[in-house]
Structure formats: C-alpha cells, structure tokens
Design a protein around this ligand. Structure first.
Ligand SMILES: *Cc1c(COP(=O)(O)O)cnc(C)c1O
Length: 375
C-alpha cells in the first residue's frame, strides 16, 4: 500500500489574522491576561452568540468549573449531567464538591434524555426529596439538546441550567421555543472550549457566556483569584487563576473571524459523509433533528458492534485518525460510583460509535479515503 499523509481527526486551520494579532501582542508587550485582545475577543464572542456578556477563561474545563460554582453547585448538592460526554463535563461537577447524577442519552439526539430527567425531578419533588442544585446539559458532538423539559424545570423549581457547549459553537435551535437561539445562550450560563481540536481554537482556552450581568461579574471575579478592585491584594473568596492570556485571545479573535467559513466546511463534510454512508444498512449516521442546526464538530456514525473495532483498525492502518465516540462517564473509573439515571443507550452508542475526521481543511480525496475504509 502506498504511504499516505496521515488524516488527522480535527486539526486547526490558522489562515486568518492569527500571526498578525500575535505579533501585535509581542510588539505592544501585552502577552498575559491584561491586554486589549481579551476584551475584543469577549465582546466579539458575546455578539456572535447573541448574549450580553462573555468571560474568557483558560480552558473549557475551567469555564465549566466556575459556571457550576456560580450557578450554585457545592458539596452536598446534586448536579445532573449527561453521561455520554467528554470526561471534563463530569470532572467539573466533582471539582465543586457536588455529586453528579449521570443521565443516559436519548437515541434521537444522543444527548441527555431530558424528559427522563424531568420525570425524575418531578418525582423527587412529589416525595419532598432534595432537588438538583444545577442542571448541566451537554450538546454532544455539536448537536443541540432538547431543552424544553429543562426550561420547564427551571420555571417550576428555579433550577439553573449550565450548558456545556464545548463541541457546539455555532449550533442553533431552528424551531420551537428556542428558535434562532445559539447553543450556549439558552441556559443561565453557557461554556465553550477553544482547545486545539474544537470548532475553533485559541491554542487552548474557554468562554463563559450569560445574559445576567451579576453572573458575569462573579465569573470575572472568580477567574481572577477573587481579588477586590484597588492596588492592594485583597481577596474575598477562594478564587482561581483561570483567565485567558492576551496571546490566546489574539488567536481566538482571529479564529472567530473565520467561524462562519469553518461551520460551512464542517457542514459540507458532514453532508458528504451522509451521502456516502447514510443509505447503508450497516451504518447509521449521527442524528440531525429537524429542529436543530448542529455544528458538525465531529460527524459520527454507528456501525454494527462487531464491525466497529475492525473498521477502526482499518482506518489506523491507513493513518486515518478516526476515534471511538465517548465512553460514558458512568463506565469511567473516577465516576463509576456516581448515581445513574437511565438504561443502556449511551453504552450502545459507545460500543458502536466512530467519530470521523472533520478538519475544515479535509480534502475531498482524503475524505474519500475515509469513506473507502468502511469497506
Ligand atoms: C473539550 C470539551 C471540554 C473541555 O474543554 P477544554 O478546553 O479541553 O478544557 C468540556 N466538555 C466537552 C463536552 C468537551 O468536548
């Protein structure tokens, strides 16, 4: 077999103003967390997601940690979170001292089964038992979750919603109560990641968005060591060093300028996978609900269980970096003892799922190689 250039899962594309903005940081000596790009990035990001406030953080995980804290998660509280997710979503719950309630997926979107959670919380309230302090919903692999049951829980019981939108920047709801709303802007606080393999990158980084000025102030405060204004170092809480650097914000801003193009490329890549694989009996494409516009961060498929690992092996032999989808958190060592709600949907996805290469720079011949590897 001829040697091929490896096909990465999702590599960044740095063809915009990244170098220009970075050299501006160096020329002006603003490289750390004070500097004009942090604010420019926050302002542009808030505008893009249709919210009034955005607070840049050092990572998506840090954003989740702080968002959960200011939404009210603490020791002795319970925070329902999707079990089918990257482990950072659940680790962030543990950092606050709260207990995670791991919720199974629904087949329709692979996201948290929010109707099952609704029924669970409703039953807790009937029995007079402790209600969740915060609900954390993850928009997995870029597909928006079904929010109505969660919005109703917030309405009935005042339970705040934190959205983990790390994989879903640019996704929107296209029908229903949230029609036209950007993912991340539907709950009380939304969190994003700018890790190297996400929809866009800042080299590393995250963002908290909210429409609530008081929550935004708290996020800013907690991410900067909870230091009070003034020249002295006076602190009123245990804070964190979670702010984004000006260097990273410079890259983030340059990437954000290119976001629409990135999303178009991802959608085109997904469409090509759907055309090539969607009609096969032995393969099922990642769902795309009629009411949702996904980010198509990593288009994914379900194979027959016994075919999954052979397909992955074939891809590895051809230097194609496809990956099994997330292993549910309730099967991972740190969270095995957490309370679990649901059945075996997430486990089924984990046994059958493959996330496919989807760099915005993926060439048509390279995508053909991925498709051919299915045999
Ligand atoms: C990437 C990711 C995170 C964490 O973001 P980092 O910036 O890597 O800390 C959190 N949740 C989900 C669902 C993710 O995919």
């Amino acid at each position: 077999m001829r040697t091929r250039r490896p096909i990465p899962l999702c590599e960044p594309s740095l063809g915009g103003n990244e170098a220009l903005y970075l050299s501006e940081c160096i020329e002006t000596n603003f490289v750390s967390s004070v500097g004009p790009f942090v604010e420019r990035f926050e302002t542009a990001f808030a505008k893009r997601t249709g919210v009034s406030h955005a607070v840049a953080c050092s990572s998506g995980t840090a954003a989740l940690h702080v968002a959960l804290l200011i939404a009210g998660a603490r020791s002795e509280s319970v925070v329902p979170v999707s079990t089918f997710t990257f482990i950072a979503s659940v680790n962030a719950v543990s950092y606050t001292g709260a207990r995670a309630l791991l919720v199974d997926s629904e087949s329709a979107t692979w996201n948290m089964d929010t109707e099952a959670l609704y029924d669970h919380v409703d039953a807790l309230s009937v029995r007079g038992e402790q209600l969740p302090a915060v609900i954390q919903v993850v928009h997995i692999l870029g597909h928006p979750a079904q929010m109505e049951p969660l919005l109703e829980l917030r309405e009935r019981f005042g339970i705040p919603i934190v959205e983990d939108a790390a994989e879903a920047l640019g996704a929107t709801w296209t029908a229903g109560q949230l029609k036209g709303v950007a993912v991340g802007a539907a709950g009380d606080l939304g969190c994003f990641s700018f890790n190297g393999n996400k929809v866009m990158t800042a080299g590393g980084g995250g963002m908290i968005v909210t429409n609530d000025a008081a929550l935004a102030d708290q996020a800013r405060h907690l991410t900067t060591q909870a230091r009070l204004p003034g020249p002295a170092y006076v602190h009123d809480q245990v804070g964190y060093n979670y702010r984004l650097t000006n260097l990273a914000a410079a890259v983030g801003l340059a990437q954000l300028e290119q976001l629409d193009g990135f999303l178009q490329s991802k959608a085109a890549i997904a469409t090509r996978y759907i055309e090539a694989l969607g009609s096969r009996e032995d393969i099922q494409m990642q769902p795309s609900a009629s009411w949702a516009n996904p980010s198509w961060w990593l288009p994914s498929v379900l194979c027959e269980t016994k075919q999954r690992d052979p397909i992955l092996r074939r891809m590895a032999e051809r230097s194609i970096d496809a990956r099994p989808v997330w292993i549910p958190a309730h099967l991972q060592a740190p969270h095995r003892k957490a309370q679990f709600l649901g059945g075996a949907v997430a486990e089924g996805l984990a046994a059958r799922g493959i996330s496919l290469p989807a760099s915005v720079s993926l060439s048509a011949p390279d995508q053909e190689s991925v498709i051919e590897a299915f045999g």
